[in-house]
Each structure stands twice: as structure tokens, then as C-alpha cells.
Design a protein around this ligand. Structure first.
Ligand code: FES
Length: 78
């Protein structure tokens, strides 16, 4: 299965933390030369639960940088 991360780029999620989360994910992919498809999402009207990120089809809410450091575990949960 192709590994995929979708990050909400809507203004609310962006302001709530996805601006830093995006950087962290990009760094992770670069540093690990990881084969992960990263793409942005438009606002999904779930702003109050943001920042929102979808990893391999599973939606995560209120995503902190700390949680994102568990990316490898989440990507391998299938
Ligand atoms: S900005 Fe992300 S759900 Fe609205």
C-alpha cells in the first residue's frame, strides 16, 4: 500500500499548527528519503478539531508535533 499523508491547508488548521506540522513532515520525508506521498487538503469543515491530518486514510485531529514524531508507527499501522 502506498504511504500517504494529507495535511489540511485551510487557514484554521494552518494557524492551529499545520504550518509547523507541514515543515516537520517535509523534513521527515527528506531526512529519511521516505517514499511517502504528501498532499494538501482544502478545509474539510472540521476546523474546531484542527489541525487535521490524514495518514493512510485515517483522520487525526488536534495533531501536535509530538504526535507527529510517531509518524513511522502510524504509517506502518495498516
Ligand atoms: S481549516 Fe482544516 S478543517 Fe477547516
Amino acid at each position: 500500500m502506498k504511504k500517504e499523508i494529507k495535511i489540511c491547508m485551510g487557514s484554521s488548521c494552518f494557524a492551529r499548527g499545520n504550518i509547523d506540522n507541514l515543515r516537520l513532515i517535509e523534513d521527515y520525508i527528506k531526512e529519511n528519503n521516505a517514499d511517502i506521498e504528501l498532499c494538501g487538503l482544502r478545509c474539510g469543515n472540521n476546523c474546531t478539531k484542527g489541525p487535521n491530518i490524514v495518514i493512510n486514510g485515517v483522520e487525526y485531529h488536534n495533531v501536535t508535533q509530538e504526535e507527529l514524531r510517531k509518524i513511522p508507527e502510524k504509517l506502518n499501522d495498516e
